[in-house]
Design a binder for this molecule. Structure first.
Ligand code: AMP
Length: 431
């Protein structure tokens, strides 16, 4: 199967070529022809399945096929998303895939200045990507005109409902023309999602790309049983002795994220926190630093991490387990994306056994227990340590390339490690 056979325009095929994508993912193969045909859609697809391109490509094509009316360009497509990170990423995708088409995309979300967004909307746009609250602010101030919207996408609709956006969504729906195409993407189907789909979609095509947990099957998952009070030392030790380079760590609270970030920094590990109390600029900077390898660890809360798209993230750590088992699946979906392998490590305190049991019930299987590696204290003088003195801390499989010359003193060599009695996670000879 190739993208040509899906009926996409040459400009879009060229953009896909620029990205190096040759084969549609299953959700793309199923969704693109149906969306091009104008059908409403209910799609069950998780992050990592290629769903964004699955709706963005046909959306762009439909807009390019029907040139805008003359006069000011009011948005003809509206994509509603739960978070600002996801909004920025979807807008990026729209711009990437639409780069050879004369279409404009605009993104609006809260937490940043209103007026620059209003100015951009005034200049006219074809595709508007928005979080519900800020969109309603613009509608209230009459800085956006939604009367020309002919395609509506609700992306990660389940998360929008979890975050309490249902009323905002309904208010937005009342501002749209009745005749339009509706696409609803959701990773899970709760009763509320079914209800929303029932009221929103007309004769929808159902696209279900994979079993609910299929995405997580690609991720190598491990549980490390460790008391809450020891988690930080254990994590810091594993990261240092395993020479981990890029790890996303989830904490339950913003406060916890800040504290852990500070402690890791004290241990000599470059870390940054990303959560709802951080300014957009701080988040963007943290994400850029993380992508560029200037920081090793990004500590994030659940909501902040939604929609983060980091290419080939090798490793995700649950510093604390989420209370909602589905969130575990979302979290570890950050790794092992689009065919790459990943590692997920959960540090589980005795008081978190109930959450672990619920997660395993959802997964339909037990998560492997890893042996606790010996804890290495942060080195006051790293130069004094030899490779052999280092214990075997298991490095995660690495998808990226180590920048040359990044070896550190005492970096573990392949085979130098000691065997654990339990199954260790992600062991991989290196050097
Ligand atoms: P998504 O599920 O939309 O978050 O996409 C997951 C990742 O897969 C993104 O980094 C995309 O850039 C990438 N991707 C999307 N479509 C393809 C494709 N057909 N081939 C390879 N990678 C893709």
């Amino acid at each position: 199967m190739s993208f040509d056979s899906l009926g996409l325009r040459p400009e879009l095929l060229r953009a896909l070529g620029d990205c190096g994508y040759t084969t549609p993912t299953p959700v793309q193969a199923r969704a693109i022809p149906e969306i091009l045909a104008g059908r409403d859609m209910l799609a069950g697809a998780q992050t990592g399945t290629g769903k964004t391109a699955g709706f963005t490509l046909p959306l762009l094509q439909r807009l390019a096929d029907a040139p805008p009316a003359s006069g000011p360009r009011a948005p003809r497509a509206l994509v509603l998303v739960p978070t600002r990170e996801l909004a920025a990423q979807v807008a990026d995708s729209v711009r990437t895939y639409g780069r050879h088409l004369p279409l404009r995309a605009t993104v609006v979300f809260g937490g940043v200045g209103f007026n620059p967004q209003a100015d951009e909307l005034r200049r006219g746009t074809d595709i508007l990507v928005a979080t519900p609250g800020r969109l309603l602010d613009h509608a209230g101030q009459r800085t956006v005109d939604l009367s020309a919207v002919s395609v509506l996408v609700l992306d990660e609709a389940d998360r929008m409902l979890d975050m309490g956006f249902i009323h905002d969504i309904k208010r937005v729906l009342r501002l749209l023309p009745a005749k339009r195409q509706n696409l609803l993407f959701s990773a899970t189907y709760s009763d509320e999602i079914r209800q929303l789909a029932g009221s929103l979609l007309h004769d929808p095509v159902h696209v279900e790309v994979a079993r609910r947990n299929a995405a997580v099957e690609a991720v190598s998952q491990h549980v490390l049983e460790v008391p809450q009070a020891d988690k930080r030392r254990v994590l810091s030790s594993i990261i240092r002795s395993g020479d981990w380079e890029q790890v996303l760590v989830f904490t339950r609270t913003k406060h916890g994220a800040n504290r852990l970030t500070r402690q890791l920094e004290e241990d000599g590990i470059k870390a940054a926190a990303i959560h709802g109390n951080k300014s957009q600029a701080a988040r963007t900077r943290a994400l850029d630093d993380f992508r560029a390898g200037r920081i090793t660890v990004m500590v994030a809360t659940e909501v902040a991490a939604r929609g983060l798209d980091i290419e080939q993230l090798p490793c995700v750590v649950n510093f604390e387990l989420p209370n909602v088992p589905e969130d575990y699946v979302h979290r570890i979906g950050r790794t092992g994306r689009a065919g790459a392998t990943g590692t997920a490590l959960s540090l589980v305190a005795p008081e978190e056994r109930t959450q672990l049991r619920d997660i395993e019930r959802l997964l339909g299987r037990q998560v492997r227990r890893a042996a606790l590696p010996p804890i290495v204290p942060p080195p006051p003088r790293p130069a004094g340590q030899s490779a052999e003195a280092r214990p075997a801390a298991p490095p995660p499989p690495r998808n990226g390339h180590r920048p040359s010359g990044s070896g550190r003193p005492g970096r573990r060599r392949g085979g130098a490690g000691r065997q654990h009695s339990g199954q260790s996670f992600g062991q991989q000879p290196r050097g």
